[in-house]
Structure formats: C-alpha cells, structure tokens
Design a protein around this ligand. Structure first.
Ligand SMILES: *[C@@H]1O[C@H](CO)[C@@H](O)[C@H](O)[C@H]1NC(C)=O
Ligand SMILES: *[C@@H]1O[C@H](CO)[C@@H](O)[C@H](O)[C@H]1NC(C)=O
Ligand SMILES: *[C@@H]1O[C@H](CO)[C@@H](O)[C@H](O)[C@H]1NC(C)=O
Ligand SMILES: *[C@@H]1O[C@H](CO)[C@@H](O)[C@H](O)[C@H]1NC(C)=O
Ligand SMILES: *[C@@H]1O[C@H](CO)[C@@H](O)[C@H](O)[C@H]1NC(C)=O
Ligand SMILES: *[C@@H]1O[C@H](CO)[C@@H](O)[C@H](O)[C@H]1NC(C)=O
Length: 921
C-alpha cells in the first residue's frame, strides 16, 4: 500500500516536473515502476507495449450481447505490476446494475480471473447501465504476484501465445449474462512474419522462375533445350511446396495458434494475399455484412427492464452464470485484491498514457479472436473472412496472369529495343524472340496449371461452406473451366502422343528378390521381370507372382521418342518436359492426385475425421507410387517433389491426426505438436531454398552451354560433369554400374537400337566464330579430317533431313571459317537452315573435354554413343576430333572465345524459320 502511494507520488512528481518543460504529446514520457519480479525500473516509457496485451476482439455471445462495443483492451504490465482494462461502447438497456467478470484463458486453462463491480471502481457509466450514457470504462489495477501466479513466465516469451481475455457482463436483476467480449492475447512474438518471410520466399521463387524460364527460352534446338529445361528446378514444384504447407491448415481441426501464424507466411503462394481493400470491397458481394467499427448486438430500441431482465425477453439460454455464483468461485485473494487494491483511474482521451498496441473490433465474417479452428481460423491470421477466400484468390490469379503477360511482352520488346540500339547481339535469344507468342500462351497455361490446386480447393471450400449465391456461382464456373480446360488439355496432351499407339497387355511376373535395405537390413524387394536387365537375371528370386504389363506400343517403330518429337515438345513440353522419357505422362497422374487432395481438403471441410484420415491415406499412397515411378528427370526436382515434399506431407497430415477433437489433447501438448510441424515444414522450406540456389547454378551452367569456358574455373569440372549427366539422363537409362563391363557387353546390343533413334538431333551447342578467330589453332580445330565411319552413325539431322554433308566435311574442303560463310550471297535459304542445324553443335574443345579427350573418344566411340547418346558426343563423333592441338587456356583467349561464342546466328535464323513454317506454331 505504502509502495503504491510512493508510486503515485513519484508519478505525480514526474508529471509535475514534465509540465514545467514545454513538451509536445508526441514525445515519450517515462515513469518508474516495480515489476512483479521486484525489479524497479526508472525508465518505463508510458506508451510502451505491455508484456501481455489484447488484440482484436469480438462478441462471444455470437452478436447477441446487449452492448455495442467499439473498444475492448486489456493488458498486463509486468514491469510495473499493473493490469489495464478499457471498454468503450453503448447499450440499449435503460437502467441495469451489472457485475463484470474478467478472465484470461491460455492453452485451454483459466490463468487469471477477477470480478469487478463497476460501482466500486468508479466506472460511473456502468453504474448502472444507462442507454443515454455511452460506456467508457477504464481502470488500472495494481496486482501482486499472487493474483497472476496462474500466468507462467513462458507466456511472456512463447510466440503466438494461445489465449484470450474475456469480459462477461452480468445483469443484477435477472442474473443473466448480457454481454461477453473476447480478445486474443498477445505478447508481441509471432511466427507470422509475412513481411520478411514471404518476401524472402518470394525472391527465391523469382530466382526459380527466372532460371526455369531462361532454360526454356535459351537455345535453338528444341530437344536440347528440353534436356536442359528438365534439369532446372520446377516452378510448379516450388509452388506446390508452398501451397502444400499453406493448405495443411485447411483441415477442419482446432489448430494451435502457432500453426496458422506460421502458415500465413505461405498464403501468397496460394493466391491469398491479404489486402484489406480487396476484402472490404467484395464483402457485400460474398454476403459478409456488419459494422467493422464495433461488435455486439445492442438493438436500436431501448429495453425498459423495469421488472428486471428475464431470459425470456431475449429468447436465449446463454451462460446463466450468476454474478453471485461468480463471487463464490473467485479465489479469496482476488476478492481481497478487488476490494482493497482496485483504484480508479478515469479515462482521459488526451492522456499521455494513451497507447497504440490495442486491437480493433473483429472484421465482419471473421471467427472469434482466440479461435483458430479449421480453414476459417487459418484465414483469420490473414484477415480474410472464409467466404471471401475464393474470390480473393481469383482476383489475385487474374492479377498474376496480367503480370505474366505484361512481363513477357515487356521482355520481348525490351530485347527488340536493345537489339535496335545494338546493345546486345542481333541473335540473342533469337528463338524466344521469334516464337514469343507461343511462349506467352504456354506461360499463361503454366500459370493456370500452377493455380489449379489452389483454385479447385478454394472452389470446393466455397461449395462446402454454402456461401452466398453469387460467389458460389462464380466458383462453380471457375471450377468447370479448370476441370474442363486444364483437365481436358492434359487428357488431350496424353492422347496427342498416344493416338498412333496401340495399347497392349503382356504377361509379366513380379519377382521377389532378396536384397539388403540400407545395406544391412535383409528384405524382399519386388521387381518386375520386364524391368530387369540381362545380367541381373542370374540370381535366383525368392518367389514370383504372375502379373501383367500394360504399355503402349508405337505403331511406327521408328517414331521419335516423346522428348525428341519437336511438335510435341513445342505444344506440350510445358507439361511433359520435366519428366523422364518413360514417365512423360506423369503430369496426368499428378493432376489427378492434386484433384483428389483438393476434394479432401476443400470439399470435406464438414467432416474432419474423414478429411484427415482420407488425406493421410492419399498422401501415403502418393508417396509410395511417386517414389516407385520416380518420374522426374532432374535430381533436384526428384529430391524435392518425390521425397522431401511427399514425406513432409505425410508427416504433417499424420501429426495433424492428433488435433482431432476426439482425442481432446491438452493444448500445451497440441502446441508442442504444432511446433514439431513447424520445424518439419521449416526444414522443407530451407531445403527448397538450397535447391533453388543449386538449381539456379545448374541453370546458369545450362545457359553457358555454348561457351567454351565457364565464368568460374572452379566449377568448370562440375559443368562438364553436369552436361554429361544431362545427356545421360535424357536417355532415361540407369547409370552404368561398371564402365568397363558396359563398354564390352553392351555396345554391340545397344548399337542397333541406337541407330533407330536420331540421337544426335539434339543439337544446340553452337559456335559462330568471328573472322578474327582465323588463327592456326582455330583452323586446325575447324577443319579436322573427316571420319566417315563415324558419320554413318548419324542417320538424320535436327530437321529430319538425311545428313550427307556435315559442316565438318564441308569444312574439310574449305579453309574458310564458318563466320565467313555467312556473307556468301548465293546461299539458298535451305542451305541456311542446314547451316543453322549444323551450328547447333557443341564447341569442339568443350566436347573433347566432356568426353575425356580425343583418343578416348575414338577408342570408345561405341561406348560413348551408347552411354551419352546425346548430341554432344554424337557430333563430336561426327567431327572425329583428332585434333592434336588444344586451345591454350590463356585469359585473353577465353575472353575472345566468350565474345565469339556469344554472338550466334544472325539473320540466318530468321530465314531458317521462314523456310520452316512449322516452327512458328
Ligand atoms: C504502469 O504503466 C502503465 C503504462 O505506462 C501506466 O498506464 C500505469 O499508470 C502504470 N502503473 C503505475 C502503478 O504506475
Ligand atoms: C441516465 O442518464 C440520464 C442523463 O444523464 C439521466 O437523466 C437518467 O436519470 C439516467 N438514468 C438512470 C437510470 O440512471
Ligand atoms: C433503476 O433501477 C433501480 C432498481 O431496479 C431503481 O431503484 C432506480 O430507481 C432506477 N432508476 C431510474 C432512474 O429509473
Ligand atoms: C449487483 O450484485 C452484486 C452481487 O449480488 C452486488 O455485490 C452488487 O452490489 C450489485 N450491484 C448493485 C449496483 O447493486
Ligand atoms: C458502425 O458503428 C459505429 C460506432 O458504433 C457507428 O458510429 C456507425 O454509425 C455504425 N455504422 C453503421 C453503418 O451502422
Ligand atoms: C448498436 O449497433 C446497431 C448496428 O449498428 C445499431 O442498429 C444500434 O442502434 C446500436 N445500438 C446502440 C445502443 O448503440
């Protein structure tokens, strides 16, 4: 008591001192306070943020409170042991004495409670309630350690404290609850950091988009472009990862508060960018109504309760808790505290004590603050009401489509501008520039494909919550457009390739072979007989089961495979290009999987049990099936999409089962599980960012494929290995276990198979030397003696014409470097296109280094053809490369080389395109 008086004296002295100095209100004022821990601090800013404080508040009688409340703040100042309480509003009750019950609940348990008689703390506007007098209740209570002993120390530190403060107002005459307001409790720490986390994730995503686009746009030979594109990190998978993290919160479960806060960082990837403007403007359309500046349900007619408020008047049977009952339940210590400690502090709006940490009345359509149940709870962390979600995502999708279109158009025309200004070479990104409309439509389709899961889920959710007619109709239309459009396109893409094939069912067997899991656990591995290679048949299997093998057989045995089929890659490469040769159809399976997930997540919102277990089973099945199919050609895509993402999904859904209300777990345990989920998803996010960086480096190497030397010498070896890896992966053959054995046993039986395939048609590494390059080294390289026997391995070219005269053989009769040929006026356009096709061959030196030197190449030409099977080795075979001299790796040479390789084909490219109208589809 004494301490308290000293306090007040101190404050008054401080204030008195301050009044002598002319200060503006904006300046911070300081007071001295003694915290609950006994520490006295002389520098407490008056407007500091309390240790615990309330955020947004709502009406916990579901809009039936007999008060309209515009302000409800409560706070606990740990450092000067003060509880602040503030309630502003109006009522329509003419004359009623009331009691207030203030409580704080955290992690499912009551942590603090206090019963307040407004008359004893001099809240005159509530003593009694008077319809003509606005309520302005402001009180500060001194508390001792005893009263707040229920609040553990950790509550001031833990992010996203799960708790709420509640004020209940009871009428004395009827002893019923006439008002209840609830505000979320905060301590200033949160996992929800959209400004920083979303921005960082956005930047990484932009890197992935640029890398992916660059590999798709750079080059001239489509199969070769596809090879490199397949190894860039898939933007679809990046978005799938973010969306999968975000939509793990769309299950109808009572989430611990940490999870919606964490997930809010990923909402942008699902198209749910919080924007108050958009939400407000579509509120009337989606049927969300209400006054955003108040909560409560006081009617406009004044209730004359002369005979006392009775339950019947209000027609509801809500909380019948009696004020006197409350008193009985309240601990003695609290009663004493109220009777002795409670002191009045009338609220003064011009007070320097004013604060700005407070929350606002909850927005119409949002769940009660402090409740994070289901998708609506997750969306509340974004300030998006559940009925708005679909329309918000649709609006952002349209914005993104507009952005994609304008960026691509701007890119195309800025390239043209730079060419006009001669700031970049005439032929830079020539293929993209001449086919940019094709790229534009594919970019739009790809964006819609990425948005498919999110939009379908939200449309299903819109159906499930029985929203108002307008948005539901739009959701239905969008749903049909997506299902028919994207689904139909995918089916058409599969059909387009298979239309000349026959479906065949062959008998097969599943062999059970003994194997060692992780090298030491003995187990039985099922292997399909048809998938075994010759040399593996030796072992005797532990057993076998009859099985069938379904597959499509091409009617035309000599038809190009799907990744070499240029018209197909041009048209459907955006769907199929990243998958392995034998799994090119995986996009269809993927879409079906996404659709089933969307059904469970969005559509089954009403039945959490079915939703969670259904999704769990689907995710486990998907993990097994996708791992067995192993569809991706690139390693980073495989690591992310096949393993990390699928395992995280299973783990997240599996852990989410614990949140089912049926288990009724302690909320602290629930929060711990929530933190485990955050850790798992955080690791996935970090892994994704690392993969984006690695993918960026690999794509950068892909873009350097026409340069002889790489920017970084240290990465040079890696680059060569990477190109070899790409060439090998494009064949979709398992890596040769023992190279020696392979070259002897396989070369003979692989050779005829190879001859069927125009394998060297993958030609895009080009070099157009300048006339200055005409030095001895260079000419030696350009005019190697032809090796006819090797040329015979090459039955076609990029344009499907038989190769009779290759560039190298023509070069062998002419001493002109290729750059000089361009100026020959008499060439026909056919020759130009032939020439262009020939330009798409790798740098001889690079190839020599890729294949380990000319001698190695010649002696192992068969082996190289079978293992690399790529254009690089093939054209090096054509060249024969018996060049004894290697270009010296002097820095000056490298610079000159870089410059000359950068400038590629000029006008010829355009001519070639005109001569080949099929190109500009
Ligand atoms: C404690 O700090 C708050 C906020 O600055 C202030 O309003 C309140 O008067 C202080 N309490 C005491 C007892 O000084
Ligand atoms: C309500 O306030 C008005 C105006 O201040 C006053 O005339 C009236 O007597 C009050 N009613 C009650 C029940 O206190
Ligand atoms: C308000 O109600 C109380 C008790 O119900 C009564 O004693 C008092 O006279 C009333 N005041 C007015 C102004 O009607
Ligand atoms: C309302 O009821 C409580 C408990 O019954 C009592 O302590 C309080 O004084 C009453 N308020 C008024 C204004 O009579
Ligand atoms: C909303 O509430 C505020 C504060 O109570 C009030 O001033 C305003 O008139 C209300 N608006 C509507 C449309 O009811
Ligand atoms: C409470 O708010 C509603 C809706 O804005 C309004 O119609 C009513 O008049 C208000 N009641 C009082 C007492 O302010």
């Amino acid at each position: 008591m004494l301490a308290h008086r000293q306090f007040r004296t101190l404050i008054l002295a401080a204030l008195g001192g301050l009044t002598l100095i002319p200060t503006s209100h904006a300046e911070t004022q300081y007071i001295t306070g003694t915290g609950l821990d006994g520490v006295t601090n002389k520098n407490l800013a008056l407007d500091r943020t309390p240790a615990l404080y309330t955020g947004d508040f709502g009406d916990c009688l579901g809009g039936q409170s007999l008060l309209n409340v515009t302000k409800f703040d409560a706070a606990f100042y740990y450092d000067n042991s003060t509880i602040l309480f503030h309630l502003d509003g109006t009522t329509n009750i003419r004359n009623e004495s009331v009691m207030m019950y203030i409580s704080v609940e955290a992690y499912g348990e009551s942590r603090f409670s206090m019963t307040v008689n407004p008359c004893t703390v001099n809240i005159y506007s509530m003593c009694p309630l008077n319809a003509t007098i606005p309520i302005q209740a402001f009180a500060l209570f001194q508390v001792g350690p005893q009263q707040v002993s229920g609040i553990p120390q950790i509550a001031y530190e833990v992010p996203d404290l799960e708790g709420f403060a509640r004020i209940q107002i009871f009428a004395n005459s009827s002893q019923t609850e006439i008002g209840c307001f609830q505000a979320v409790m905060k301590n200033g720490h949160s996992f929800s950091q959209p400004d920083s986390i979303s921005t960082v994730l956005g930047i990484f995503t932009v890197v992935a988009i640029i890398a992916s686009f660059a590999t798709a746009a750079y080059g001239v030979s489509i199969p070769h472009m596809r090879n490199h594109y397949a190894h860039s990190l898939s933007v679809l998978v990046v978005f799938e990862t973010f969306q999968s993290i975000f939509y793990s919160g769309a299950l109808s479960l009572p989430w611990p508060s940490v999870l919606p806060a964490w997930w809010s960082n990923f909402a942008w990837a699902a198209g749910l960018v919080p924007s108050a403007g958009i939400v407000d403007s579509i509120n009337p359309f989606v049927g969300v109504s209400g006054n955003a500046s108040q909560v409560g349900g006081a009617g406009s007619t004044v209730i004359n309760n002369q005979g006392g408020l009775t339950q019947q008047i209000y027609g509801r049977s809500l909380a019948l808790d009696v004020a006197s009952e409350l008193y009985k339940r309240t601990p003695e210590s609290v009663k004493d505290a109220i009777n002795t400690l409670a002191k009045r502090q009338p609220y003064d709006p011009n007070d320097p004590y004013d604060y700005n940490w407070n929350g606002d009345p909850v927005q119409p359509g949002m769940p009660l603050p402090g409740d994070w149940t289901g998708f609506a709870g997750e969306l509340s962390a974004l300030s998006i009401p559940a009925p708005n979600a679909f329309i918000v995502a649709l609006i952002w999708l349209l914005v993104v489509l507009g952005l994609v279109i304008s960026l691509l158009v701007a890119f195309k025309y800025s390239l043209e501008g730079l060419v006009k200004l001669k700031w970049i070479k005439q032929d830079r990104l020539q293929y993209f520039r001449s086919h940019w409309t094709g790229y534009l439509s594919l970019a739009i389709l790809r964006t819609l494909f990425i948005a498919f899961f999110s939009l379908i889920t939200l449309a299903m959710f819109q159906f499930a919550i029985h929203g108002s007619a307008g948005p539901t109709a739009i959701a239905a239309v969008v749903f049909i457009i997506f299902m028919v459009g994207v689904g139909g396109l995918v089916i058409y893409a599969v059909h387009f390739r298979l239309r000349f094939s026959t479906f065949s069912v062959d008998p097969d067997r599943i062999l059970l072979r003994r194997a060692k899991m992780m090298g030491f656990i003995p187990c039985v591995m099922p292997v399909r007989l048809s998938q075994l290679r010759e040399e593996e048949l030796g072992e005797k299997p532990a057993g076998s089961i009859p099985f069938v093998r379904w597959h499509f057989v091409d009617n035309d045995a000599n038809r190009k495979n799907v990744h070499q089929d240029e018209p197909y890659v041009k048209r459907f490469g955006w769907l199929s290009a990243r998958y392995r040769l034998s799994r090119w159809w995986f996009f269809a399976l993927w879409l079906a999987y996404q659709f089933i997930r969307a059904c469970f997540i969005g559509g089954a919102a009403g039945s959490p049990l079915a939703q969670v277990f259904g999704l769990f089973i689907i995710d486990i099945l998907a993990l097994v099936i996708i791992a067995a199919l192993n569809p991706y050609e690139g390693q980073r895509n495989t690591a992310l999409a096949v393993w990390l993402l699928a395992i995280t999904r299973v783990a997240t859904t599996g852990l989410s089962i614990a949140f089912l209300p049926d288990f009724n777990l302690n909320r602290i345990v629930v929060t711990v599980i929530g933190v485990v989920i955050i850790v798992i998803q955080c690791l996935l996010t970090i892994a994704l960012m690392i993969l984006i960086v690695l993918g960026g480096i690999s794509s950068w190497m892909s873009l350097s494929r026409n340069r002889e030397y790489f920017t970084s010498e240290r990465l040079e070896g890696v680059r060569i290995q990477y190109f070899e890896h790409i060439a090998r992966r494009a064949t979709d053959q398992p890596p040769p276990p023992k190279p020696q054995v392979e070259s002897e046993s396989n070369s003979s039986d692989k050779f005829p198979e190879l001859a069927k395939e125009p394998y060297f048609a993958v030609t895009s590494v080009r070099r157009t030397p300048k006339i200055e390059d005409e030095d001895d080294d260079y000419l030696a390289e350009m005019n190697p003696p032809p090796v006819p026997s090797v040329v015979s391995f090459a039955p076609g070219t990029a344009k499907g014409r038989p190769r009779t005269a290759s560039v190298s053989s023509r070069h062998s009769v002419s001493s002109l470097p290729r750059a000089a040929r361009v100026h020959r006026a008499s060439w026909s356009s056919r020759e130009f296109s032939q020439w262009q096709a020939d330009q798409d061959r790798p740098n001889p030196t690079l190839v020599r280094r890729m294949s380990g030197g000319p001698g190695h190449l010649r002696s192992n030409s068969m082996k190289m053809a079978s293992t690399l099977q790529g254009q690089a080795s093939a054209s090096s075979l054509r060249l024969g490369t018996p060049v004894p001299l290697s270009r010296p790796m002097t820095p000056t040479k490298e610079v000159a080389e870089k410059e000359s390789t950068l400038d590629q084909v000029d006008e010829t490219d355009k001519e070639a395109d005109k001569s080949n109208p099929d190109d500009s589809q």
